[in-house]
Every structure is written in C-alpha cells, then in structure tokens.
Design a protein around this ligand. Structure first.
Ligand SMILES: C=CC1=C(C)c2cc3[nH]c(cc4nc(cc5[nH]c(cc1n2)c(C)c5CCC(=O)O)C(CCC(=O)O)=C4C)c(C)c3C=C
Ligand SMILES: [Fe+2]
Length: 426
C-alpha cells in the first residue's frame, strides 16, 4: 500500500471552528479554575489549619510502625524507681485491687520499701547505654528500620533547606524518607506511647501499626498498651504540656495482640536454643520461664497461662523434646497473693534435688533481656541453683539462654510479623 492511497477521513460531523475554539477556551478556563481552586484550598488550609503540619501535609503518605515495650526507670536510683513504680503500679490493668485499698498500700509500703531494693537490682544490670530493655529496644528499632527500608524503599517527601551546593544553600533539597517508619515507645516511663503516635503523625504516617512486644497477651501486657493508644487517639483537647492537637484525622490503625504461637516466633526461639546447644552443649532439661500474673486473674478470664502453655508446647515440639525434657514455670512474683504456678525458683530447687547438675533456662515471654531475665533468672536463680547443689555436696550450673533481642533470628521474626500486618497498605 503506497502512501498516496492513505486518505485522512473527514469527520462525519464537522465541529464549526468557533465552537471548537470555545471548547478549547472552556477547557483552559476549567483547568485554570481547578488550579486556582487547589491553590486556594492550600492557602485556606495553611492559613486556618494549624494542625495540618501534624499530618505531614504535602508529603507522600507513609506507614508507621510503633514498637512498644514495658519501660524502665530513668535511672537505677531510689528516686527513679519511685517515679517508675508509681506509674507502673497505679495501672488498673496491672493491679486489679480496689483503689481505696491499693493506694495506701502503694504509697505507704510499696513505694518507700520496694524502690531502694529495686534500684539496687537495676544497678546490677544497668549499662553505659542505660537499662538493657531500653538499649535493646533501640537496637531492634534500628535493625527493623533497615529491614523495612530494604523491603519497602523510600518516598520523596518534605525538603531540607540550606544543604544545597555552594552558593545555592537556600535551595530546598527533596529528601528521601523511609516509606515505612519505625518508632518506639514504652508503656511506662519515656518515651510515651502518646509521644510515639504523635511523632508518626507528624512524619505523615496515615497508617499506623502498633506492635506491643509481648508474645503472650494479657490485661497487664498488650491490653494496657491498647488503653493508652485509645486514650491518646480519643483525646478531645490540645495536650496541655506539649500543645499537641487532638486527632481529628484518625489514622488507619492496626494492632498486634500477641504472637507467642506465630511460626516465625517459634522458629526463632528454637534456633536460639539450638545455637546455644551448639556453643555450650545440650543440658538434659530445658526450663521455659514466663513472667507470672496473679492466679485469680485466670478466673476472671485472662487466657495468659494458656498462651504461655501454647508457646512452651510449640517450642518443645520444634526442638523435638519429650515431656520429661522440659518444664514450663512462672517467675517474677509480686506481693503475697498466689501467682501462676509452678514457681521458677521452687522448680529449680526440685530439679537440683532430682540430680540434674546443669540446666538450660529460656524466657519465651520476654522479647528483650531486662531486669527480670538478667537479674532474676541469670544472677539470682543462677546462684540459687548453684547453692541448692552445694547443700548436697554437688556442683550445679544454670545456663541462661538470652532473649531474641536484636539477633538475626529475632529480627527476621519481627520483620515477618510486621510484613504480615502491613498487607494491603503498601
Ligand atoms: C512479660 C510480661 C509481663 C507481665 C505479664 C507482667 C506482669 C506484672 N508485673 C508486675 C510487677 C513488676 N514487674 C516488673 C518488671 C518487669 N515486668 C515485665 C514484664 C511483665 N510484667 C518486664 C519486662 C519487667 C522489667 C522491666 C525492666 O526495666 O527491665 C517490676 C519492676 C521491678 C521490680 O520492682 O520488681 C514490677 C514491680 C505485676 C504486679 C504484674 C501483674 C500482672
Ligand atoms: Fe512485671
């Protein structure tokens, strides 16, 4: 087919030139109007909505992940402990005793007498970076940020001023920001959950995943984190201390409520144990110790003990341990009421009496090493086991297997759970 045979088809209905021009003009006016409208809206927003800055206006939508753990005192001192214990033990999710009875006990007995004792215990584990729980959480956040950056990349958003080339200092430079931003907060002490949520809001995170780092859910762990999330989001007035606006624009919100039976968690724990066995040899007994809660809370409907049993059973299965090769026990008793049993210290004494000279202990209820694992289990119960043997004229040794902390297997697990919970958001 030669080019000469190609003819341009005339339209059946020809638009008269004045109409086509009018259409062009209309289109232009329309576009201009739209542009003007958006400009105006921007102006209106900027002029009248002081809260817009909070939502990261003008930046691409980002996803925030807030890792939350229990929290530590600011310093291992009597004063530091008083402040920390007052906040912690005033939480109705932790102490379910009527306020009228509890307040005089807390202020008259617990705070004056427990604070110096607890401060001494904290000093045993305190490091140059502060409390182990806090420093490990910070490392977990940094590593998780690397993981999500590799998986989800960055977005261009906001601009930094004055960092341009020489002579161009005032030119704004577009900044690359993580698409998924990881922040951290502590349920008691600092930084608070409210501060963490506000930080994510200011960074333009319209989607927020709250991830309490408690493998087993109960009122005193995950539920109380939800309480403070809800309190912050439901706040109707400006925060008096910081001036933070209320949450008029509600974020898309997700919440991890325990992960003690998650396959990645069980795998991570098992690999931690196996690594310990390869390095230090395998003992005939593995004790799995969980933080206890008052026994009567189970009657109130808290399924915490069942969640602990499930973690223990799944870990034993993964490690192919028989019934007689592992124990599930509870530690960190507080007060004089009955807590979940068997108690860790009593069981360790029995194990010594049964003739086991060495024992491995892991704490699958703690995502990071802290006072309860390093001081109570490793130091105090290490000595207790040793002394229980000494009384019998034998030598005993307790091997504490560290928490997952920011280990590669631990971080892989956190990454997997975050991934699962961000489905559909990215
Ligand atoms: C892992 C889950 C936890 C549960 C369940 C829990 C319940 C609970 N705890 C107390 C009292 C205290 N706990 C303390 C320390 C502490 N508790 C957890 C975790 C759980 N608590 C952690 C990770 C820590 C260590 C924090 C750190 O900074 O390293 C303390 C403070 C220390 C002390 O004085 O012993 C108290 C007190 C109660 C009453 C409770 C009830 C359900
Ligand atoms: Fe506790």
């Amino acid at each position: 087919i030669g080019s000469s045979s190609v003819s341009v088809q005339e339209p059946f209905l020809k638009v008269p030139p004045f109409l086509s021009e009018a259409r062009f003009t209309f289109k232009t006016i329309n576009a201009r109007l739209k542009e003007k409208f958006h400009e105006e809206m921007d102006n209106i927003y900027h002029r009248f909505s002081s809260s817009l800055k909070q939502y990261g206006a003008g930046r691409k939508n980002r996803v925030g992940v807030l890792l939350v753990n229990l929290g530590s005192p600011d310093a291992p001192t009597r004063r530091g402990l008083r402040k920390y214990l007052r906040e912690f033990l005033s939480d109705r999710r932790v102490i379910e005793v009527p306020r009228l009875i509890w307040k005089p006990i807390l202020h008259g007995i617990i705070l004056p007498f427990r604070s110096p004792d607890s401060a001494a215990k904290y000093r045993n584990v305190w490091t140059e970076e502060g409390s182990p729980l806090i420093s490990i959480t910070k490392r977990q956040v940094a590593r998780l940020q690397d993981i999500v950056d590799r998986r989800y990349g960055t977005v261009e958003g906001g601009a930094s001023e004055g960092e341009g080339e020489e002579g161009n200092e005032s030119l704004p430079i577009p900044m690359q920001r993580s698409r998924v931003l990881v922040e951290w907060a502590m349920r008691y002490g600092t930084p608070s959950v409210a501060a963490g949520l506000r930080k994510l809001r200011e960074e333009g995170c319209r989607h927020i995943l709250v991830f309490p780092l408690y493998p087993q859910t109960c009122a005193a762990t995950t539920t109380t984190v939800f309480d403070v999330v809800a309190q912050e989001l439901a706040r109707e007035k400006k925060d008096r201390k910081t001036g933070a606006e209320s949450w008029r624009m509600f974020p898309h919100l997700r919440f991890v409520s325990g992960y003690g039976d998650h396959p990645s968690y069980i795998k991570a724990l098992a690999s931690r144990v196996k690594r310990h066995w390869t390095k230090a040899g395998k003992r005939r007994r593995l004790v799995m110790s969980f933080h206890g809660i008052p026994a009567d809370l189970i009657k109130k409907g808290d399924a915490y003990a069942c969640f602990c049993s499930k973690t223990a059973r799944l870990l034993a299965e993964e490690l192919k341990l028989g019934e007689e090769e592992f124990d599930m026990v509870f530690q960190s008793r507080f007060g004089s009421t009955e807590w979940l049993q068997p108690y860790c210290d009593e069981r360790l004494e029995e194990i010594a009496a049964e003739g086991h000279e060495e024992v491995d202990v892991i704490c699958p209820g703690f995502s990071a090493d802290c006072l309860e694992t390093l001081d109570e289990i490793q130091r105090e119960y290490g000595e207790l086991f040793h002394q229980a043997h000494e009384k019998r004229g034998t030598t005993g040794r307790l091997f504490y297997i560290k928490a997952l902390n920011d280990s590669p297997e631990g971080m892989q697990m956190l990454g997997d759970i975050v991934d699962e919970n961000l489905q559909g958001w990215l």
